[in-house]
Design a protein around this ligand. Structure first.
Ligand code: WTA
Length: 657
């Protein structure tokens, strides 16, 4: 372990540009043969059998990949399996008494589920859902914070072949209603509330408000998380989780046989337009892919105590708190609350207490830890850690090195993993047992993943030049379509760089990137109208619609501007209607409007009232310019605008803030 006070060491680390995987790690790594890249390339797509082999199949698949109807690829065709059986039943004989979930509440209360206990509760929950009328292929919505009943309900749905659609608990009532309506979802599992910074938060009122906006009949199951800390009454069509499970105590529900290509879940995510996209993931391909990447990248073994500190309401939690780790039979840690409650060392206390072996978190959290200072991790024994990971946004070399040194104590590889809701699992990162790490660059594409950085014409860019990230080959974890909207699926992801005439299909993730001479990709961020606030993906169009819905607002443009901790913060440029007054009250109503429509995470940090927005001669809002203003960047030539004078005015207002 390094001496925390050694200034020379700090200087050396600051200059060091590459890091090798620690020998001790390599020795025990799940994947350490550099030949894997070539092996996958030579045997593509059969190489993906290696991922499928990590699962138990009821019926073997006939074909690894079917490409008859591109870009509607099908994986492991003919195969049959059940995701819940893969995450639970198959572990019972060998490790039924091992911990599957180690949960800690914000107040310090703990709950532990062995594989046998989790299996039991999932069976009871599955029986209860069935009795309430949930049938195979019905979409069940979940609107829950980080409590164990969330993974239980997800796995119960998987068991009976009902796709789940988890809505992040921080999203608003309106966001819940939109998603339930879009999926025609007639079932909701939610809870009375949860703890944040020691306070009991009412969640069920928000859920009920959302349900009031659902345009069809619903049945709701409510988990009692807060006990006496929050009184709530169940409405008509609502039942208590505990009561229902008690009625089915000891029930056995046979896992429903699902085709590999049957939907496992839906996850709504933000895109360019105001309507969230329902990303569809399937049973065989998705589960194989998250099991494989958990094995190869996160180096998960059954004996580990692995912790992904994300929220299950986002894809990271689906793939790397629930499905990947449980498919591999490891212990997955779940924490309910905030990292700084009761103090800023809460996460390190958890690592220390449970002897966490791998930690996977987001750069925004790492930037906050840096700001709080190294004394917080230094007060705990973190020597159980063997690997660190990050996801969700670019991590700058300074934050990477801080994580490597102060959390990993220079003995853990750091994997910077690029992927998306749509990709299901990790796509670009170093393999921790093989690759040299370069802070700031995610790494090369994983074995079997064809990714390239191209220019606007689709030609590969030279090393060091910025371009657009593209994926040239399908992969098992890919989204299959946007729910009930195949056309939008093609438009959003395949239209830009594909050449259907010659059957060349290229996936466009809408990220900018560059690549170096060694094939390492640095992801630069979104090139569409999506902002990334604290690792949360938000559509600027959704924010703008919420703002213009506020009485007195005529027009709005929302963009992301750089923020020390959050990565990006929302800047809202607002034009008021004639007669409406620029006031603190108006600003508050705008902020509240965004919170009501989307959630507190989307609240604008800065609201700028302006008489006009900078527009091109054809009348399009110049968002790039508004971003430059928010970032205090050089604005370049503005003379081609229809209204160049407005720029100075807006700039002065932003600076004045
Ligand atoms: C960004 C989260 C740089 C990227 C798993 C992507 C990253 C979006 C990284 C997806 C990374 C994710 N480096 N940028 N390691 N990981 N991103 O769908 O812009 O919530 O398109 O999935 O996050 O966000 P999503």
């Amino acid at each position: 372990m390094s001496d925390p006070e050694d200034p020379q060491l700090e200087a050396r680390l600051a200059e060091q540009e590459t890091f090798e995987p620690p020998a001790e790690f390599v020795e025990q790594a799940n994947v350490s043969d550099p030949g894997i890249y070539e092996a996958f390339a030579d045997a593509w797509p059969a190489c993906w059998e290696r991922a499928a082999d990590l699962l138990d199949w009821e019926t073997d698949y006939d074909e690894v990949l079917v490409e008859d109807d591109e870009p509607f690829y099908e994986w492991f065709v003919g195969g049959e399996l059940n995701a819940s059986a893969n995450c639970l039943d198959r572990h019972l004989d060998e490790r039924g008494e091992d911990l599957a979930i180690q949960w800690e509440g914000e107040l310090g209360d703990t709950r532990r589920f062995t594989y046998r206990e989790l299996h039991r509760e999932v069976n009871e929950c599955a029986a209860a859902l069935r009795e309430l009328g949930v049938e195979e292929d019905d979409v069940v919505t979940m609107y829950m914070p980080m409590i164990p009943e969330l993974p239980v309900a997800m796995l119960a749905c998987a068991r009976i072949g009902a796709p789940h659609s988890v809505v992040f608990a921080g999203f608003s009532a309106e966001a819940l209603a939109t998603r339930m309506n879009a999926a025609d979802s007639e079932f909701l599992v939610t809870c009375d509330g949860y703890y944040r910074r020691g306070d009991a938060l009412d969640h069920v009122s928000k859920a009920n408000e959302g349900l009031a906006g659902v345009d069809h009949g619903t049945t709701t199951v409510v988990v009692d998380r807060l006990g006496d800390d929050l009184d709530h009454e169940l409405g008509d069509d609502q039942v208590g989780y505990d009561d229902r499970l008690a009625e089915h105590a000891g029930a056995d529900v046979a896992p429903v046989t699902r085709d590999a290509e049957d939907m496992l879940f839906l996850m709504y995510t933000s895109g360019t337009t105001g309507r969230p996209k329902g990303v569809k993931h399937t049973t065989g391909g998705y589960l194989s892919y998250v099991a494989w990447t958990s094995h190869a990248v996160l180096d998960v073994d059954p004996a580990d105590t692995y912790w992904c500190a994300a929220d299950i309401g986002w894809i990271t939690g689906h793939s790397y708190i629930v499905y990947g780790p449980l498919a591999l039979g490891t212990t997955s840690v779940m924490y309910e609350g905030t990292p700084d409650y009761p103090d800023k060392d809460r996460l390190w206390e958890i690592v220390d207490t449970y002897d966490v072996t791998q930690m996977y978190t987001a750069p925004t959290a790492i930037r906050a830890f840096m700001k709080w200072g190294e004394k917080y991790p230094a007060g705990h024994d973190l020597s159980s850690l063997r690997l660190l990971g990050t996801v969700g946004e670019p991590i700058n070399p300074k934050a990477w090195k801080w994580y490597y040194r102060h959390i990993g104590e220079e003995s853990c590889p750091v994997v910077d993993t690029w992927w998306q809701t749509e990709t299901g699992g990790m796509m670009i990162t170093t393999l921790p047992g093989i690759g040299t790490m370069k802070p700031g660059a995610a790494g090369p594409p994983l074995p079997g993943i064809g990714a390239q950085v191209v220019d606007a014409d689709g030609e590969a860019v030279a090393a060091g030049e910025a371009g657009y990230l593209t994926v040239q080959r399908p992969w098992p974890g890919m989204l299959r379509t946007l729910y009930r909207n195949d056309e939008r699926f093609i438009d959003e992801y395949w239209a830009e760089y594909s050449d259907p005439e010659s059957d060349e299909w290229v996936y466009f993730p809408e990220d900018g990137a560059k690549i170096d001479g060694d094939g390492y990709v640095t992801v630069l961020g979104r090139v569409d109208d999506v902002v990334n606030v604290s690792g949360h993906r938000l559509g600027t169009m959704e924010i703008e619609s919420a703002i213009v819905a506020v009485e007195g607002v005529a027009e709005a443009a929302a963009v992301g501007g750089a923020h020390d901790v959050k990565g990006e913060a929302v800047y809202a440029y607002v034009i008021l209607e004639d007669g409406a007054e620029q006031s603190d009250d108006m600003e508050q109503r705008i902020i509240q409007g965004v919170e009501d429509a989307i959630g507190a995470i989307a609240r604008p940090d800065t609201v700028i009232f302006t008489p006009e927005l900078p527009k091109t001669r054809s009348g399009k809002i110049m968002r790039r310019l508004l971003e430059d203003i928010a970032n205090d960047d050089d604005l370049g030539n503005t003379s081609t605008l229809r209204n160049p004078d407005v720029v100075e005015d807006i700039e002065a207002k932003v600076r004045g803030d």
